[in-house]
Design a protein around this ligand. Sequence first.
Ligand code: NAP
Ligand code: ZN
Ligand code: ZN
Length: 373
Amino acid sequence: MTTVKEMQRKPDSASPSRIAALGYAAQSPTSPLAPFRFERREPGPRDVQIEIQYCGVCHSDLHTVRNEWKGTVYPVVPGHEIIGRVTQVGKEVKDFKAGDLAGVGCLVDSCRTCASCRENLEQYCDVGFTLTYNSPDPHTGGVTYGGYSNRIVVDQHFVLRIPEKLNPAAAAPLLCAGVTTYSPLRHWGVGPGHKVGIVGLGGLGHMGVKFARAFGAEVVLFTTSPGKTEDARRLGAHEVVISRDPAAMAAHANSFDFILNTVAASHNLDPFINMLKRDGTLCLVGAPETPHPSPGVLGLIFRRRRLAGSLIGGLKETQEMLDFCGQHGIVSDIEMIPIQGINEAYERMLKSDVKYRFVIDMGSLAKDERRER
Ligand code: NAP
Ligand code: ZN
Ligand code: ZN
């Protein structure tokens, strides 16, 4: 690793056409995140360079850092809920200029030509997309590094416009938690007259509650944490059910049009399937390390219920979601942390103790710059 001291002795030590960057990386599944120096590409004609101000902390970051989904390449710099100011744009970039507030979510590239990409569903790219971190990086030949860092360079197609009236720190989680809940709620047409369940009140779940309420549905929040009841109501739930209480669960049998499950751990899905009406859908967005036990087949056969999944959202829909949030004043409820607090934040996230999204104030990275001088 090149240290900041070395960078200062050799100010041009970043390779030609590369930009020096500082972030936090994990070096192995068991090591804490710590300062890490690396390089970004110089912006090309279609690229936007962003100085990162805030980055949300998604449970997917933790799954990846600890190699729970396998395939993590170390060192890994997580972070895909990125907000910052544009500092430079390539000559073909029309929609962004220096000084603009901009966002980057989970994707930084896709093939652009397959059927899914042509339908603005880049998240389902048939050829394979490039994730913001832990993906092979076609530009550098290495791996992509995410938003727990001071700057990033991204193709304009994958950069989002952030409504200026939103608090930028609280808007950061919209880039993943926001669109991951907005997209399935829209896809399944959630609206007035629908009874909708949201399972788990974490980063995704609390955005799911806000969107389902904003779309006009009757919203029931399922939680394993009785202490979150009051917050859930404040966030927009009409009713809160403790999912470990079988009697409370049974009272809702056969009554839901749609349930969105955001839980990050393996659990029994049958109680939720049995709460669906005929033709109702249970959509999974939570992606636990180990699979859920297989649901009972009869619960699906009787009443023609459906079990589904959904992955983040395409770029067009992410922009639509951000604009919707701008119009309706919707942001995430956040706890701001300095980057030096990230390892402790992960421990709290594992205990479901987040209200309701950690966001890193990336200005805090300056402390590590100074420390290494
Ligand atoms: P989070 O903030 O940690 O929230 C997860 C919530 O699940 C917790 O707050 C807790 O809510 C509930 N929970 C945790 N352990 C549980 C258990 N053992 N049994 C029942 N409930 C439990 O995580 P997040 O950032 O929202 O992410 C949630 C999941 O979605 C992760 O697996 C993440 O990787 C995945 N994800 C998927 C996509 C996608 O595109 N599909 C995108 C982003 C994230 P209560 O305290 O209310 O019970
Ligand atoms: Zn995420
Ligand atoms: Zn494609």
